[in-house]
Design a protein around this ligand. Structure first.
Ligand SMILES: CC(C)(COP(=O)(O)OP(=O)(O)OC[C@H]1O[C@@H](n2cnc3c(N)ncnc32)[C@H](O)[C@@H]1OP(=O)(O)O)[C@@H](O)C(=O)NCCC(=O)NCCS
Length: 182
């Protein structure tokens, strides 16, 4: 069985990895720049954003321990696409295949929510992240220079397969078919 699972966030999850999340090494790869944020603002801010539907976030759990976040944001209804962010807050947990496994599980959740395409952006020198995303099947879309960070950014995308129905599919023409409500 996989050591990785995803769970709905609680304050305790964020508190568990808060210190490591803002280590210089993690911020260098995950953020545009350093910013000061208290545990309360960090944890409650993210839970509020999730409750308001601005983001869909899950906690990455490895062998029973909360180690980071995986997040979908900027959902575009017209194209059914969203932007993915992932941060494993403990550098000791990098490079063990946990990110790969977390993204696999999370994209399955997104597909069941009707998301058809996932976009992400990562620094061009973030070889670990690029390898991980490439292995999952993300393709390079474009590379651009971000003056605010002084670094190049790679934008990638992944098309998600719609989930397979587990029962009978009722299509237009079938007397039981009803038009979807908008
Ligand atoms: C990016 C991140 C989520 C990747 O997760 P991870 O668990 O470290 O990556 P994985 O171990 O799943 O990587 C999968 C593949 O990447 C490659 N890889 C792993 N470590 C690597 C390294 N140090 N250098 C180059 N490639 C590496 C391997 O090919 C690996 O495949 P393998 O299982 O066949 O060895 C994680 O490292 C992280 O959170 N980093 C800090 C924040 C960050 O960079 N976020 C991304 C911003 S979008």
């Amino acid at each position: 069985m996989s050591p990785v699972s995803l769970k709905i966030p609680t304050f305790e999850d964020y508190a568990h990895f808060y210190e490591k999340r803002f280590l210089d090494e993690v911020v260098y790869w995950a953020d545009d720049s350093h910013y000061e944020i208290s545990l309360n603002d960090y944890a409650y801010g993210r839970m509020l954003a999730q409750n308001e539907g601005e983001i869909l976030e899950r906690i990455i759990v490895v062998n029973g321990e909360s180690v980071g976040t995986i997040t979908a944001r900027d959902y575009v209804e017209r194209t059914c696409q969203c932007t993915l962010g992932i941060v494993i807050a403990d550098p000791a947990c990098w490079g063990h295949g946990y990110g790969y496994e977390a993204i696999k599980q999370f994209t399955t959740i997104l597909a069941t929510q009707g998301i058809g395409r996932v976009i992400l952006e990562t620094y061009a020198n973030n070889k670990r992240a690029l390898n991980c995303f490439h292995k999952i099947g993300f393709q390079k879309k474009r590379v651009f220079f971000a003056p605010n960070t002084g670094r190049f950014i790679v934008q990638m995308f992944l098309n998600l397969r719609p989930p397979k129905p587990i029962g009978e599919v009722i299509r237009p023409g079938d007397p039981r078919w009803k038009a979807p409500k908008h």
